[in-house]
Design a protein around this ligand. Structure first.
Ligand code: NZQ
Ligand code: ZN
Length: 394
């Protein structure tokens, strides 16, 4: 096995009613005044926000509120958060929401302790020297931001969506009560589960020469099967605690490197998708489902044994030993069928986006960072490959 790194320092508090501990946790992690950061309406409507405020008051903490984070969170909201924290003297950020709210909180955390233009850090022009402390109360199982090093943010000027990664942004704690996800619309449940599955797949599909540990492969395969089984249950019975709990913990494990060090993974689908949701503002998981099958058919010959293993161990396809290509292709088709069965798109037009040649060129050019990089590990994708995949996935 190649050298790998593993570091997952976030304190997890998992189970029913755990949000009541939010105040005590903020205090234990050194908070004096907390910025409670949240999204559109769901946390208010469910009464969660009130419970969080009560918990902070009980812990004797002052707080200030900032809502309005949208999916595919915006740089302008982060700047508003930085200003507010400075004005109010808030020294801890509590994210109450999903990936978008947590990523926006990380952005505020970076903005508070790093000099100069914040976007330069997201563009990779500068490396951050720290991040103000963040805690999370998770309301959707999806992005895995509660225990990841990433903050993915969209700059409205130019509609670029970029990922700033550093260990400084690890949440100090993550409160995970599966009951909080009961109110999710079916589409968000399905989109979140797609993201979870793809986080493991991005790590599973590596360059052919990368060594793999069996233990990681088996965990990864089990995780993907577990999410596929439980999302069906959660869609039928949104208040099924066991299914929601399985999905929620899988969401964290899938993206905290338990199922593989991200640095060996492929990540092409994520890179291709970030341009789609950056410009067209679609749900991230849906965008992943829209490009995955096309990507897989484009690259599978470059690591055929892995695609065969995926087909057999994850999708339950019988192994056609005489024709491994047929087995691999059957596995790809089976995953697309699964995506359709949970209401996810398997093409870009099904995701509601009509692409012409001009749009394809723009997406690929942005994804290649203006033709300065390739993406992917199974197969290194050039600007021309990216254009081909967008074209084929239309
Ligand atoms: O704003 P509200 O009203 O809360 O509605 C949200 C939002 O519309 C709703 N929602 C969340 N919890 C709910 C709920 N509705 C009812 N009941 C609840 N309990 O769900 C919608 C989506 O929320 P969002 O936070 O955007 O979802 P998700 O967790 O999928 O986050 C997506 C963002 O994370 C990024 C994506 O690119 C996207 O911007 N990612 C972040 C990663 C990371 N930081 O590690 C990794 C991922 O690969 C991903 O790129
Ligand atoms: Zn993702």
């Amino acid at each position: 096995m190649d050298f790998f790194k593993f570091h997952a320092p976030t304190q997890v508090i998992f189970g029913k009613d755990t949000e009541k501990q939010a105040g005590a946790l903020c205090k234990a992690w050194g908070a004096h005044k907390v910025l409670i950061h949240f999204g559109g309406s769901s946390a208010k409507k469910s009464g969660l926000l009130d419970r969080i405020c009560d918990s902070l008051r009980e812990a004797g903490l002052e707080y200030v509120l900032l809502g309005g984070v949208v999916p595919n969170p915006r740089l302008s909201k982060i700047k508003e958060g930085v200003e507010l924290c400075r004005k109010e003297g808030a020294d801890f950020i509590l994210a109450v929401g999903g990936g978008s709210v947590i990523d926006s909180s990380k952005g505020i955390g970076y903005g508070l302790v790093n000099e100069g233009e914040l976007w330069d850090y997201y563009m990779g022009k500068k490396r951050p020297a720290g991040c103000a402390p963040i805690g999370a109360v998770l309301t959707i199982a999806a992005a895995g931001s509660e225990m990841s090093t990433s903050s993915v943010v969209t700059n409205e000027e130019g509609w670029l969506k970029r990922n700033l990664q550093s260990e400084y942004s690890f949440c100090k704690f993550a409160v995970m009560n599966p009951e909080l996800t009961y109110t999710l619309p079916a589409y968000q449940t399905a989109s979140g589960c797609t993201d979870i599955i793809v986080h493991s797949m991005e790590r599973y599909f590596t360059a052919a020469e990368t060594c793999q540990l069996d233990i990681i492969d088996r965990m990864s395969e089990q995780l993907m099967r577990d999410v596929m089984r439980n999302v069906k249950i959660a869609l039928k019975e949104p208040q099924n605690y066991d299914a929601r709990a399985e999905i929620m913990w899988c969401g964290t494990l899938s993206h905290n490197d338990t199922t593989g060090d991200r640095s060996f993974g492929d990540w092409s689908c994520h890179q291709l998708e970030h341009e789609l949701s950056g410009i067209y503002d679609i749900a991230h998981g849906a965008g992943l489902a829209a490009v995955w099958g096309t990507w897989a058919r484009y690259v599978y010959r470059d690591n055929l044994p892995r695609f065969v293993q995926f087909a057999v161990n994850v999708m339950g396809v019988p192994n056609n030993f005489r024709n491994p290509e047929a087995t691999a292709l059957e596995g790809i088709a089976a995953l697309e069928d699964f995506f359709r069965s949970i209401g996810m798109p398997t093409s870009i037009s099904e995701a509601g986006i009509e692409l012409g040649e001009e749009q394809i060129k723009e997406l690929a050019y942005k994804c290649s960072f203006n033709n300065t990089r390739t993406i992917g590990a199974v197969k290194k994708l050039t600007l021309a490959d990216m254009e081909n995949i967008y074209r084929l996935a239309r």
